[in-house]
Design a protein around this ligand. Structure first.
Ligand code: SF4
Length: 238
């Protein structure tokens, strides 16, 4: 197992969840805080059984599973396996994804209750965050958003704000026509990063992030700020 499942009351809002991490990713975000998950390792039968046992043992204490990564949709068969297990116990199911795999998302969308897509930067500016990215970022993410909204699944979009990599104008641009139920601006943390040079970057000040949120011209109904100092705060709500 690459990363043990963890229990969290923060990853599925208002619910106690078991967060399952699936390895492999097709991006290399400089700030990635799970760099040990980037290698596209396959999960063994033992890994999967271990997770299933964890769900069996603790089902009375959890409301939901969160399937996270890495990029979980690279291992669609494992994702389907976890979904099947969660459905046995009527657990809610949330998927964290980079939004780049709409075909795989389409295979499981009927079983999902909540999807969080990380929007790294304006869709034509992924070079600011990752040296590696597919050339159809815009098309794939828009397709993923269409699939989620057409199935009436709750959609959160999130961006991690690293002052040295992004500017307030980037957040204004990427949120201008973004379609989602909640948008969350996340404070960059410099503890563990894929590109170790980012450990010398300053973490942005929450007040500056609130100022960015207040400058946004968007129809997104609810905007949150997630920071180390104040947790998950609602900054704007219709
Ligand atoms: S932060 Fe980027 S590189 Fe890391 S798992 Fe998420 S999408 Fe992949």
């Amino acid at each position: 197992m690459n990363i043990q499942p963890t229990y969290s009351s923060l990853d599925y809002p208002g619910k106690m969840a078991l967060v399952l991490f699936i390895p492999g990713c097709d991006l290399r975000c400089k700030y990635c805080h799970n760099p040990q998950l980037l290698k596209n390792e396959s999960l063994s039968r033992w890994d999967i059984e271990e997770v299933e046992e964890e769900i069996d043992k603790n089902v009375d204490f959890i409301d939901a599973i969160v399937i996270s990564g890495g990029e979980a949709l690279l291992h669609i068969d494992v994702v389907k396996h976890y979904i099947q297990k969660a459905k046995e116990f009527d657990l809610l199911i949330k998927l964290d994804t980079n939004g780049l795999h709409p075909e795989n998302l389409n295979q499981i969308i009927d079983d999902l209750d909540y999807v969080a897509i990380d929007i790294k930067a304006p869709l034509d500016k992924y070079y600011k965050i990752s040296d590696v990215y597919p050339n159809n970022v815009k098309e794939s993410i828009n397709k993923s958003i269409d699939i989620i909204l057409n199935h009436n699944v709750f959609l959160e979009c999130r961006t991690t704000y690293v002052p040295n990599l992004l500017k307030p104008e980037d957040i204004q641009e990427l949120t201008r026509n973004l379609r989602c139920n909640i948008y969350t601006l996340q404070q960059f943390r410099n503890r563990v990063t894929y590109d170790i040079s980012l450990s010398t970057y300053e973490e942005p000040n929450p007040e500056d992030l609130v100022e960015i949120i207040n400058s946004l011209d968007t129809t997104i109904p609810e905007i949150h700020l997630k920071s180390n100092q104040f947790g998950n705060q609602t900054i704007k709500k219709e």
